[in-house]
Write a new protein. Structure first.
Length: 313
């Protein structure tokens, strides 16, 4: 039944978590908006948040402090949730015709008719305004830097139509926090955050390649391009290069920022986790691909805990 918001709840998205709080607690008229923002799938904002927190921790050490700014941590979390939701909403608006042709995505709110494109656009604006309020809490350099990411964000949904490397553009957008986390503390940039940014890009290409293997057959039918289709049976070799390169770049960043040995223990534990992903990967098993993709939350924690312990021990 329609309501004052003009939405209708026709059920959860096919690959969403079943019986999530979005579907059991929220009023029915809000559920389609929550699904647009992927609130029932926190993995997205975790992946957006981790480069911010890694870089913030490094900047804390480089600036001679012994405690990270917890207000900044909260702001990065709020900004990650808001901007991830805005990005997903924008992506669904751009991809609504493609999503209708792919089994996994045709139940998303727009192709399923739960919300109209105009309603989704309004929701996008609201989320972007929340992100703007968060960004305005930082220094001027960081405000300009954060706003500069919008060009990459705007381009990303179109890249799957013109290049085999849309995951590269996702990396450019999702790793931007590596620059912002450092500049929020320092008011400027140096080599260390750029190395984390570069490493984050390689890491993102890796985990999103795993994710993209879920849709490779439908993608081939509708003409969507991806590194999953590009790498094919050589995906594990590509992951060795991508994840290995990310690990080396992160190690160099730690060295330049003056991190201690405990941070490298966390990085080593993270590298072991990435190795497990590569060993366990079955590119023809969509459920396994999704599980491994989601496990990158644990990777983020391993690096972050190492960096935090380095502050205190």
């Amino acid at each position: 039944m329609f309501n004052i918001f003009g939405t209708k709840d026709t059920g959860p998205v096919a690959d969403a978590v079943k019986r999530h709080w979005v579907d059991t607690t929220l009023p029915a008229y809000l559920r389609p908006y929550a699904r647009l923002a992927r609130w029932e799938r926190p993995i997205g904002w975790w992946l957006l948040l981790w480069p911010c927190l890694w870089s913030l921790s490094m900047a804390t050490v480089a600036s001679g402090q012994t405690m990270p700014n917890f207000w900044y941590i909260f702001l990065f979390w709020a900004g990650a949730v808001a901007m991830r939701g805005a990005g997903c909403t924008y992506n669904d608006l751009v991809d609504r015709d493609i999503d209708d042709k792919v089994e996994r995505t045709r139940s998303r709110p727009i192709p399923a008719g739960q919300v109209t494109p105009k309603q989704a656009l309004l929701f996008l604006v609201v989320q972007a305004l929340v992100g703007l309020v968060v960004l305005l809490q930082f220094n001027t350099f960081t405000i300009v830097l954060g706003a500069s990411s919008l060009l990459v964000v705007a381009l990303y949904p179109f890249m799957k139509r013109v290049t085999d490397w849309p995951q590269l553009f996702l990396g450019l957008a999702f790793s931007w926090g590596a620059l912002v986390g450092w500049s929020a503390t320092m008011g400027s940039l140096s080599a260390a955050p750029f190395l984390v940014y570069a490493g984050g890009i390689l890491w993102t290409i890796g985990y999103d390649t795993i994710y993209a293997h879920q849709d490779k057959e439908d993608d081939a039918l509708v003409g969507v391009r991806s590194t999953a289709r590009l790498f094919g049976e050589k995906t594990k070799l590509a992951l060795v290069l991508l994840y290995g390169g990310a690990t080396v770049l992160f190690a160099l960043a730690f060295y330049i920022a003056g991190m201690g040995w405990i941070s490298y223990v966390g990085l080593l534990a993270g590298a072991a986790h990435l190795g497990w992903q590569m060993k366990a990967l079955d590119i023809d098993n969509p459920d396994e691909c999704l599980r491994l993709f989601k496990s990158n939350t644990q990777y983020g924690w391993l690096l972050f805990i190492g960096l935090l312990l380095d502050l205190w021990i």
